[in-house]
Design a protein around this ligand. Sequence first.
Ligand code: SF4
Length: 349
Amino acid sequence: MTDSQLQRLVAQLHEWARELGFQALGITDTQLDLPADRLGAFLEQGRHGSMQWLENHQEKRRHPALLELGTFRVISVRMDYWTDSDAKANLQNQERAYISRYALGRDYHKMMRRRLAQLADKLRAEVESSTLGRAFVDSAPVMEKPLAEKAGIGWQGKHTLIINKKAGSYFFLGEIYTDIPLPIDTPASNHCGTCTACITACPTAAIVAPYELDARRCITYQTIENKGAIDLELRPMMGNRVFGCDDCQLVCPWNKFAQFSENDDFKPRHSLDQSSLAELFLWSENDFLDRTQGSAIRRAGYEGWLRNIAVGLGNGPFTPTVIQALEQRRGFSALLDEHIDWALKRLLE
Ligand code: SF4
């Protein structure tokens, strides 16, 4: 294809992406040496905790063409999910459960992957010689954040998430690996400057240095990935955050530019943005399975969900309803009982 044909194809690609509900698209090459070194250091220091899968397929992560033979370019896309402007008020209400805003609605993975696959199909249909167009949404060893930065979607902030100057950081990322030699975009430049708001705001001091996260201290890791007991040191710091945490994003000055999503999939379901901890703690296992169908919250599992809420209740105000709810849940598992004991001791002290 000639340069001008490729340029026209890129313009078309942007249009298709908009039609499919993506808010931005960028293109980059496959050189990832420096970010791969940073990942290596993160793993060497054990900061990934029990997320063993991050240790796997490191070469494929580092070299996209090893994951998908023939990959020459990576297309990175952004999809905004922010729907609630009242997150800070929710977080400050200690009787309410705070659920990370990305998880209030339907899980994004399937929907976004389906749309990305459609985008990949449209692209491949335009170039006869192309045999590759694979879509990923958090589904394979792909370095999505460094790729997004290289593709100009945004820069990796000191909290390690991607930030866009015009859209903040409340968005999901996805990628298409392609063999079409599309022109690449300019990488995003960093605009954190002297700001350290996210480092100061992190409730558990998980951002151990600018651009360095110790996942083991991160509330998102503790409430979702950790299947065992939550570290005693961290429990009082978690407050009412029962599934993920948004604090580093809530304080980021760039999020005053966050765009509201028009995608109905991301609207809060089952009033999860307004539920009390005590109310959610009384969900039966069937309630949990029913109400988290198609939701990211499923990942915590019922026991993990109760464990997290027990910690939230222990950090909240003493009320007879809370004590009764905690007492009522005894006997589900040794893990949960231990967290209930911790919460009751804290409340009755
Ligand atoms: S809060 Fe400040 S330091 Fe942290 S990511 Fe945002 S701009 Fe960068």
